[in-house]
Design a binder for this molecule. Structure first.
Ligand SMILES: Cc1cc2nc3c(=O)[nH]c(=O)nc-3n(C[C@H](O)[C@H](O)[C@H](O)COP(=O)(O)O)c2cc1C
Length: 199
């Protein structure tokens, strides 16, 4: 089944929502198309407008474009499985957030930093969808390697690396991954939400 056909059959929403939510997905096949900074920056712009606790905006991003040194530094941190397909992406983005917030001259823990960085990644992914691109998050990376390669400042933690590019060239993926280019489904709403208490 093609990804497009699968979206129509596997990804049916039980309630009316914008198509962006079911049509965005995380494939691993990328065409060789490169991205310019002008094409990439709108993704960060979307992330920038995410809500955050006290508008602290704890998210930070560092990126490389395929072929440049920064791309190599990020790719070097990926576990072999992710590296095998993500190296064909047009851009690799490291997502981090600041764990504290400055208040009255003191650094206080910000318990919302991960939650907020997750929201920002979600916005980035949806903007990628609207730009005709895909954004695939990866938790499979060596955090210590990535922190060193990108000079992660003290007080920040890394959350994910995101591969961004144009979806395609699926035939260049190993067969086992070609079969996984189909969008997946979701738990039913009744399993994740209940009126009056948690299920
Ligand atoms: C925080 C996070 C970490 C992930 N890590 C990986 C990863 O290391 N490798 C991978 O191939 N996909 C990874 N994924 C992709 C998920 O498997 C994928 O988002 C999930 O199956 C839902 O599918 P969809 O994004 O196509 O809707 C990750 C996604 C997130 C949000």
């Amino acid at each position: 089944m093609t990804a497009h056909a699968a979206i129509k059959t596997i990804r049916t929403a039980d309630h009316p929502i914008h198509a962006q939510f079911t049509e965005r997905f995380s494939p691993r096949g990328f065409t060789g198309k490169t991205l310019t900074e002008a094409e990439l920056l709108p993704l960060f712009e979307a992330a920038r407008w995410a809500p955050s606790a006290s508008n602290n905006q704890p998210w930070r991003f560092a990126y490389g474009l395929r072929g440049d040194a920064a791309f190599g530094k990020i790719a070097d941190s990926l576990v072999p499985f992710n590296r095998s397909w993500a190296e064909r992406a047009a851009a690799l983005i490291a997502v981090a957030s600041r764990t504290t917030v400055e208040k009255d001259g003191k650094d206080l823990p910000n318990s919302a930093h991960s939650f907020d960085a997750g929201t920002a990644w979600g916005y980035l992914a949806l903007q990628a969808y609207h730009a005709g691109l895909v954004a695939h998050a990866m938790g499979g990376f060596e955090a210590d390697v990535l922190a060193k390669n990108l000079n992660l400042p003290e007080g920040y933690v890394l959350h994910a690396v995101i591969a961004v590019g144009e979806h395609g060239d699926i035939e260049k993926l190993p067969e086992v991954l070609q079969a996984r280019e189909v969008p997946n489904g979701r738990l039913p709403l009744a399993q994740i939400v209940a009126h009056g208490g948690f299920v």
